[in-house]
Design a protein around this ligand. Structure first.
Ligand code: SAH
Length: 246
């Protein structure tokens, strides 16, 4: 069995946080589950221990530890968070491990990926995660989910403005979304800012950083919902990708 590096000093120096023994064991279990799930499902290309540590664990958690910019309160418990297009569980599963007092909803439109996550919850000893097979466009118009979340996370799903259309309707007014991006251009930022105006949100912080092992460029866009989203959004399934909002 491959074992994951611990890298306590790097966690500390980059995120001012370290996994407990229990959390380190959960990361290891997650790694083992992903490697075995990968034999049946196409979950990730990232399988080497250091790469998994950096691109899945560290990257997932960097998005929720941006200094004091997240603005959901340092020690706040009972946060309702949602990860849209979670795939093999990123960033949602590392976040659920690191924040055991938060409630996480992990959503993907692919049933077999969600089934994989569901089956992993017991070995991972996670009781703060619920899984759902659905489309972001449907959830955003469902009163059980619309305007119900304090925090929404979305990584590697669509263009930034499309991701915004998926997640902003799900947030309570005052809630926060984190869009995980790689490289980030001024054009993308202009387009996102226009989309947010329509959706009732604003760009609170553009967090640029590099990954600690391979120096890869990343940008997390931290969005704040400022007013209720107009009823027309999100638009019907498939429309946000086919007809960009701006
Ligand atoms: N967030 C993960 C997976 C990214 S792959 C990671 O960063 O590793 C993109 C995932 O988004 C796929 O699993 C796909 O099924 C899902 N997806 C794409 N569009 C979606 C939508 N509209 N609603 C729900 N899930 C969606």
């Amino acid at each position: 069995m491959s074992s994951l590096p611990q890298k306590a000093d790097l966690w500390q120096s980059t995120l001012n946080w370290q996994p407990s023994d229990r959390q380190q064991a959960q990361f290891q279990t997650l790694y083992t589950e992903i490697l075995s799930g990968n034999q049946r499902l196409n979950l990730t290309r990232i399988t080497e221990p250091d790469e998994f540590w950096e691109k899945h664990l560290w990257d997932s958690l960097r998005g929720i530890f941006p200094g004091d910019q997240l603005g959901i309160g340092e020690n706040q418990t009972g946060i309702q968070a949602i990860d849209i297009g979670t795939g093999g569980g990123f960033p949602g599963l590392p976040v659920a491990i690191a924040q055991p007092t938060w409630q996480l909803k992990l959503v993907d439109s692919t049933r077999k990926k969600i089934q994989f996550i569901q089956d992993s919850l017991l070995p991972l000893k996670l009781t703060n995660v619920r899984c759902l097979v659905d489309r972001a466009e449907a959830l955003g118009q469902d009163p059980k989910h619309r305007e119900q979340y304090d925090l929404a996370l979305i990584r590697a799903v669509a263009t930034a403005s499309c991701c915004a259309e998926y997640v902003i309707p799900l947030l309570k007014v005052g809630g926060t979304a984190v869009l995980y991006r790689g490289q980030w251009t001024d054009d993308e930022q202009a387009e996102l800012t226009e989309a947010l105006e329509i959706l009732g949100a604003e760009l609170h912080h553009c967090d640029r950083f590099t990954t600690p092992l391979t120096d890869g460029q990343r940008t997390c866009l931290i969005l704040r919902k400022t007013s209720p989203t107009p009823d027309d959004y999100p638009r019907a399934i498939g429309i946000p990708t086919q007809h960009p909002i701006v």
